[in-house]
Design a protein around this ligand. Sequence first.
Ligand code: GLA
Length: 384
Amino acid sequence: MELNRRTVIAGAAAAGLAATTLGTGSAEAAPGGRKPVKELFGKLADGTKVHRWSLENGGTRLKVLSWGGVVQSLELPDRHGHYANVSLGFDNIDDYVAKTPYFGALIGRYGNRIGKGRFTLDGTAYQLSVNDGVNSLHGGTKGFDKRVWDVEPFTKGSDVGLHLYYVSIDGEMGYPGTLRTKVTYTLTRDGDWRIDYEATTDKATVVNLTSHVYWNLAGEGSGSIENHELAIAASRYTPTDSGLIPTGELAKVSGTPFDFRRAKAIGRDIRAAHPQQVTAKGYDHNWVLDKGITARPEHVATLRDPSSGRTLSIASDQPGLQFYSGNFLDGTLVGTGGRVYRQGDALCLETQHFPDSPNQPSFPSTVLRPGRTYRTSTVHSFGS
Ligand code: GLA
């Protein structure tokens, strides 16, 4: 039986056990969790302070930077109650500024790629900042991951969390309209980590916000994720060209290495030499979620590390999920725990609209107009 966090805690309470017996700390015993704690993490070259906020609730521990809304650390207990940081990152601000491949960051204005960094909206052509060959990736050279966000802590009932605010001015990175963005990170009493994104604009624009946590449920720096088992509730995916821009086709996963409808080890088919994998150096694709766009987050993917027993379950209201198998990690980055990150040492599961949607009329629209509010939510639930 798979135990979720609530089962374990309720069971412990019923048995009259202190929460610490399970090694899960004391935060879950206190209703409302612990008030977020702020500390200085470092300074940017211009002297701007970057703060780190520590949150804990329901057995989950989260550390968030005001730089890029970065999840700098996310600690979870294993089946024996031993904690590990399951999210790749750095222990200092300089590495985040100089080298990060979006570790733990908020991504905007547009998650993933826009072909040639160009699109036309209402008859006007826009040229975006280009930072991935000829394409624009994750918002351009200075996306939301490289901005200092205003952070406001909150406790609400049994939840604890942070509101993060960033105003992206008209024309920033080539995007039209001033985009006012609010992202809320909530840790619930069950230890779920929920992200609620909101944005408004004063001119028609495109938007696709996501989070770029690199997961390794055995602990960052512990080696490959090829033994992790992944399930994605998707019968189709969007094949790409050599620049990782979708061709427009929605291809069936059936009979291909892209079939994750039943949980399988990531390593099982990763060397299958499917042409799409050769191009991407592994998995780096958008899965077309069977549930489509939904009013509320619905289950889309499950990840499990058999060695630690840790599980991650993702629910989203979005139509797509980017599964990236850490293909570009190349042993040159030294992470939080002082270990080198090599190819496949983590994976990303980015809830999103499809890449390049502004140039693909058949994909669900990513246009946001004045007077409307962009809203999307992702819920990460953990177990062990
Ligand atoms: C996304 C992309 C990948 C890669 C990573 C960051 O997941 O799909 O191709 O750019 O971000 O390295």
